[in-house]
Design a protein around this ligand. Structure first.
Ligand code: KG4
Ligand code: ZN
Length: 343
């Protein structure tokens, strides 16, 4: 039987709603980015994010219904991001989802944002089968999982300090490139020389599937401080390209170390940084060389959206998992029930 799910996402600086059929077919996917709200501060201001979610969430949900040409009567369930994220922001989505569930009597489920990112891969690749290695690279996470079955994850490694996207954003801020920095570094790196600076790669010999990006970030900042004059535009492009290459080198190496270790040949890549052009290119090259299968969604499904939350939620709704009116928001991941199988 077919299942239509309304997804709601408000964990950070995107207010998003989507209607998804059977966890795979996007009927609508509306994202309102708060970029303009936070730009002048060079990063997300939690209080402003919450206020912006309050203003936008109802219009965004209405737009999702309009675009899908359907109404609440056509929906079979509601999935909302429960965490991790900014609690004040998460609570806006959760409150609205609870209200809709209460008045309509529809079943409600809370979704782990990271699990949502992984579910995004299925929205464009219905040929991806279990088990596979999943890399989630976003502003808050850099994690490798073995995904054994729907809802069954083994955490293989994660960042011990900054997330990859966080490093992109911090380096961009230091270079005065603006916010959000990842996409700007991606763009300007195309005109830069990636060998101009040799920045460190943290291979983490004792914990080879874990990541660390704070040393790299500090190395970039120290290098820039030593130059003691304004950089030319060409030099900024070189710094960006060299920094990006260091991040990409480490991620690619560790992804394929994970596939070797777990004896798997399928890789799903998700999260905002998965839209990075150089990362996609190097992953593709390496996967091709090894004969591995690589699955990366289009950039708009890599960054935060609600279609991925609806997709992940569909699995739990089908299994009969239900959230009560007492559902709470979680700022950190381990509190989310669906990740309880992680090692
Ligand atoms: O998944 P996402 O939208 O939000 C989180 O869950 O964090 O990821 C946002 C992160 C930001 O750090 C942003 O700078 C980074 O993804 N990002 C990129 C690119 N597009 C977004 N980083 C590198 N290259 C990109 N093209
Ligand atoms: Zn995200």
């Amino acid at each position: 039987m077919s299942m239509i799910v309304l997804g709601i996402e408000s964990s950070c600086d995107e207010t998003a709603a989507a209607i998804v059929k059977d966890g795979r077919i996007i009927l609508s996917n509306v994202v309102n980015s708060q970029e303009d709200v936070h730009k002048k501060y060079g990063g997300v201001v939690p209080e402003l994010a919450s206020r912006s979610h309050v203003e936008n969430i109802i219009p965004v949900i209405n737009a999702a219904f309009d675009e899908a040409h359907c109404s609440l009567e056509d929906v079979d369930g509601i999935a909302v991001t429960q965490g991790p994220g900014l609690v004040g922001s998460l609570l806006i989505g959760i409150s609205v989802a609870k209200s809709i569930a209460y008045v309509s009597g529809l079943p409600l489920v809370g979704v782990n944002h990271v699990e949502g990112h992984i579910a995004a891969v299925f929205l464009e690749h219905d040929d991806l089968t279990y088990p596979f290695v999943a890399l989630v690279v976003s502003g808050g996470h850099t994690s490798l999982f073995e995904v054994r079955n729907p809802g069954e994850y083994l955490l293989l490694g994660q960042t011990l300090d900054d997330a990859a996207g966080e490093a992109f954003d911090k380096v961009a801020k230091f270079l005065n490139l603006g916010y959000p920095g990842g996409i700007i570094i991606d763009q300007i790196s195309k005109s830069g020389n990636k060998q101009a600076f040799s920045f460190p790669r943290a291979w983490m010999k004792d914990r080879p599937l874990d990541f660390s990006f704070s040393g790299l970030k500090t190395a970039v900042i120290t290098t820039l401080k030593k130059i003691k004059r304004d950089l030319t535009a060409a030099e900024i492009n070189d710094v960006a390209a060299s920094f990006q290459e260091a991040v990409v080198d480490v991620i690619v190496k560790k992804v394929f170390l994970a596939t070797e270790e777990r004896k798997l040949n399928k890789i799903a890549v998700a999260g905002g940084v998965a839209s990075n052009n150089r990362l996609r290119e190097k992953l593709r090259e390496e996967a091709k060389k090894r004969g591995d299968l690589l699955y990366i969604p289009s950039p708009s499904l890599c960054t935060d959206n609600a279609a991925m939350i609806a997709a992940a939620g569909t699995h739990y709704l089908e299994k009969g998992v239900r959230a009560g009116m007492d559902m709470d928001a979680y700022s950190r991941m381990p509190s989310i029930p669906s990740f309880s199988t992680m090692a």
